[in-house]
Design a protein around this ligand. Structure first.
Ligand SMILES: [Zn+2]
Length: 416
C-alpha cells in the first residue's frame, strides 16, 4: 500500500520535473506595443539590447521595434516592473531624490557599479508598479486601436499622462492626428485613406517642447474591389472642373476642427431600412475605361426613394443644400475632426448650424446629383481623409475614443 502511494506521487510529479528545464530554453515571443523600444524591452526582461537585436535580425537595428509585430525573447527572460525615465533625466542622484528611492539600490537596479558616475541621457528604471515602457515624456500609458493597422480605417491612440490635459500633437506618416484631452486622459485619431501605402509608417507624438517620440506601426494588407463604371448621358457631362470646385468648397468645411467629441454614443446606420449595401468603401474605380485613379469614398445603401435618412450620432450640421455632383447634401461635424455626409437626397430636412441628436431626420433618400438610382451615399472623414464608416461602426471607434477620455458611451443606464 505504501509503495503504491509512493508510485502515484512519483508518477504525478515526474512529468513536471522533466518538462520544466525544456520549457526555459524555448524563446518566448512578444507582440510589440507602443513604448516597447529596444531599451525598454532590455530593461523589462533583463536581456542585453545587443542580444535582442541578434535574436531579431530581420528588424532594422536603427529603428525601434514595430508596433504589432512579433519579436523573440530569450527563454531566460524574466519580467520586472518599473518606470522608465529618459529624456531630460537629470542624473541618478536627482532621480533617486525625486522618486524617494535609496541611491545605492537605484544604482544596483540599473546595473551600475556606483551611483557616482554620470548617467545623463541614459534611461533609468525607478521602482513602480506596471510595465516598463519608453513613452513620450509625461505619458504613463499608451495604447493603439488596431494592431496591426489597416489602410482606409480610423486609427486611434489613447492613454494617460502625469500632467492634467497634456499638450500633445502628432502624426502618422505625415497625416496629422486630432487630439483631445480631459483630466489625465488623452485620445488621438487619424484617418488613413484607401490609397494609404501601409507598410511600417512612423507614429510620431510630441509632448510640449520635448523631442518627438517615434515608433513604427505595422500595417496589414487589405483587399480592394476593382470596378469599371460607364457614365452616359448627364452623368458623363459632369466635368472634372465641377467636381474639383465642389470638393474644394467641402475641403474647407472638413478642415474646421472642433477640438472635442460632440457625439455621445455609438454611431447608428443612418437608414433604418434599406435594400442592400450596393457599394462598399474603398472600391477602386475606373470611369469609361480610364485608369483606377479614384476609389469609392463612402458606403452606398440602396433604398426606396423617400426613406428617412437620420443622424447616426450627435453633432452640428455644417451644410444642408443641393450640390452639383453630390445632389441633396447634409454634412455633420461630430467634433475631433470627424465629419459624416449624406448625399443624393431628394429632400433636405436639416439646416446649417442646427444641432442634431441621433435619430433626427436629415432628409430623404433620392437620386439627385451624379447618381443612377435611389440610394444613400454615406461618408465619414477624419481630418479630411475618407475612412470606412462600416468599419468605424464594427470597431466601435466611437466608444473607444469616448472611453479613452473617461466619458461614458452607450445608452445603458447605470443600475439603481
Ligand atoms: Zn456612393
Amino acid at each position: 500500500m505504501r509503495m503504491m502511494m509512493a508510485l502515484i506521487v512519483l508518477m504525478t510529479v515526474a512529468p513536471a520535473l522533466i518538462a520544466a528545464p525544456a520549457k526555459a530554453q524555448q524563446p518566448l515571443s512578444h507582440i510589440v506595443e507602443p513604448g516597447d523600444t529596444w531599451s525598454a524591452l532590455s530593461m523589462r526582461f533583463g536581456v542585453e539590447e545587443s542580444r535582442l537585436k541578434v535574436l531579431n535580425p530581420h528588424f532594422n537595428a536603427s529603428r525601434q521595434p514595430v508596433i504589432g509585430t512579433t519579436i523573440s525573447l530569450p527563454g531566460e527572460a524574466s519580467e520586472r516592473s518599473g518606470r522608465l525615465i529618459r529624456d531630460g533625466n537629470p542624473g541618478i542622484i536627482a532621480v533617486a531624490l525625486e522618486n524617494n528611492v535609496p541611491l545605492w539600490s537605484l544604482a544596483r537596479d540599473n546595473g551600475l557599479e556606483s551611483p557616482y558616475r554620470p548617467t545623463f541621457f541614459r534611461p533609468l528604471i525607478v521602482p513602480a508598479e506596471g510595465t516598463i515602457r519608453d513613452l513620450p515624456p509625461g505619458v504613463t500609458t499608451l495604447e493603439v486601436s488596431s494592431s496591426p493597422a489597416l489602410p482606409g480605417i480610423a486609427l486611434g491612440i489613447r492613454g494617460t499622462s502625469q500632467q492634467y490635459t497634456p499638450d500633445l500633437s502628432g502624426h502618422l506618416d505625415g497625416l496629422p492626428l486630432a487630439f483631445a484631452a480631459e483630466n489625465n486622459r488623452f485620445v488621438g485619431v487619424v484617418g488613413t485613406g484607401a490609397f494609404f501605402a501601409g507598410g511600417e509608417p512612423e507614429l510620431v507624438i510630441k509632448s510640449g517642447d520635448a523631442p518627438a517620440w517615434v515608433q513604427p506601426w505595422q500595417f496589414a494588407e487589405r483587399e480592394w474591389i476593382y470596378q469599371e463604371l460607364t457614365l452616359t448621358g448627364e452623368a458623363a457631362q459632369i466635368d472634372q472642373e465641377a467636381r474639383d470646385e465642389e470638393r474644394a468648397r467641402l475641403r474647407e468645411l472638413w478642415g474646421q476642427i472642433t477640438p472635442e467629441p460632440l457625439w455621445q454614443d455609438q454611431f447608428v446606420t443612418p437608414v433604418a431600412t434599406y435594400l442592400e449595401v450596393s457599394a462598399g468603401y474603398g472600391a477602386r474605380r475606373s470611369y469609361n475605361g480610364g485608369p483606377y485613379l479614384t476609389y469609392h469614398e463612402g458606403v452606398d445603401y440602396s433604398a426606396y426613394g423617400g426613406t428617412p435618412v437620420t443622424a447616426p450620432a450627435a453633432g452640428q450640421v455644417v451644410l444642408a443644400e443641393p450640390l452639383y455632383v453630390r445632389g441633396g447634401t447634409v454634412i455633420i461635424d461630430h467634433g475631433l475632426g470627424i465629419f459624416t455626409g449624406y448625399y443624393h437626397l431628394s429632400a433636405i430636412h436639416a439646416i446649417a448650424g442646427q444641432t442634431v441628436q441621433p435619430g433626427d431626420v436629415l432628409g430623404e433618400v433620392g437620386t439627385t446629383g451624379l447618381s443612377t438610382g435611389n440610394h444613400l451615399h454615406w461618408d465619414l472623414l477624419i481630418n479630411g481623409i475618407w475612412v470606412d464608416a462600416a468599419v468605424w461602426q464594427e470597431q466601435q471607434m466611437d466608444c473607444w475614443l469616448l472611453e479613452g477620455l473617461g466619458r461614458p458611451c452607450g445608452t445603458e443606464t447605470p443600475p439603481g
